[in-house]
Design a binder for this molecule. Structure first.
Ligand SMILES: [Zn+2]
Length: 321
């Protein structure tokens, strides 16, 4: 813009009260020559020979920035590009000294990362099912959980898993956690060191055959634990904070009301998938918990979200905030 053009725009701006003026000069060279000869007094004269359009517009903050720092746009594009590339590469900082990282599998790690983001600060609960899988009841439970979009944690018995490998595989495929409830549901503290070892290891190898990996969690039968159990279990020991006593009542309504009377944020709810009445209770239980603001997570997710590093041989009852 020449000095005269600038004078033009200033003057017009003053007269019209516009925030910004765009001047389009048809024959710029000509107009400039004329303007020069006319001098600064010839504002009105010069405007006769040039077509001046004014446009009233409010200059936005971004536009002002763009005018002042023309390189800013390029810099922003570069920064956004770099962030996008880093995201595509999924660059994450590895966390040191996280024993849980060593036992969990990669897909689950990703799942945990996603849910962690969404569920932080919400009321959480983990449904757990012991003593299965049973070909009479567990497939129906998996149907219900799928329909309700709930992931649970299954503490499976080795001999039941051996007889129902397809159900173990299906449960894993549908996003549930496959954990161990030992081989034959013996009361571990009454066994010898080697006896406990057999109960744990046999179940581990059956579950590993079915899922391709060792179970990352164990729940000792009856919740009974001694020092040998803690030593032999190469995983965290997961107990519960809400006992529905579903095996006793065998009544869906009672299961729901017992669970609702004891539930708390971070609860681990104990149920058994070998009773059809327990499966019957699930739709109502899930709906009622959701109505009360609870979200469903697996046990490893719950621990992770609550910032607990699951450690082998340690006992966990719940993950309160
Ligand atoms: Zn049991």
């Amino acid at each position: 813009m020449s000095l005269l053009d600038r004078l033009f725009s200033k003057e017009i701006q003053r007269r019209t009260g516009a925030h910004a003026i765009h001047i389009y000069i048809e024959d710029e060279k000509n107009a400039r020559k004329r303007s020069r000869s006319l001098g600064s007094i010839a504002l009105n004269e010069a405007s006769k020979h040039t077509r001046i359009t004014t446009k009233q517009e409010k200059i936005s903050f971004l536009r002002r920035l763009d005018i002042r720092f023309p390189w800013l746009k390029l810099a922003a594009v570069l920064v956004i590009g770099i962030i996008a590339i880093l995201n595509l590469c999924d660059v994450t900082v590895p966390r040191a000294n996280d024993p849980f990282d060593k036992i969990k599998i990669a897909p689950m790690a990703h799942h945990v990362r996603v849910t962690e983001r969404i569920l932080t600060g919400k009321k959480l609960v983990a449904l757990t099912f012991d003593d299965g899988p049973s070909n009479l009841t567990t497939p129906r439970l998996l149907d219900v959980l799928h329909e309700k979009d709930v992931h649970a944690t299954f503490f499976m018995l080795g001999y039941m898993a051996r007889a129902n490998t397809d159900i173990v595989k299906r449960a894993k495929k549908e996003g549930h956690i496959i954990a161990s409830h030992t081989m034959y549901h013996k009361n571990l503290p009454t066994l010898s060191y080697d006896g406990i070892k057999n109960e744990v290891n046999e179940a581990n190898s059956i579950l590993k055959n079915a899922t391709g990996q060792n179970p990352a969690l164990i729940r000792p039968p009856y919740g009974n634990i001694n020092d040998n159990v803690r030593k032999i279990a190469n995983t965290p020991l997961i107990l519960w904070s809400v006992d529905t006593r579903d095996w006793e009542s065998k009544n869906p309504q009672s299961i729901v009301s017992v669970a609702m009377s004891q539930v708390h944020d971070g609860a681990i709810i104990l149920m058994h998938d070998i009773y059809s009445t327990s499966v019957d209770a699930i739709p109502n239980l899930v709906d009622t918990l959701r109505k009360n603001g609870y979200e469903f997570v697996t046990v490893p997710e719950l621990a992770k979200i609550r910032g607990v590093n699951l450690t082998k041989g340690n006992i966990y009852y719940n993950f309160r905030p």
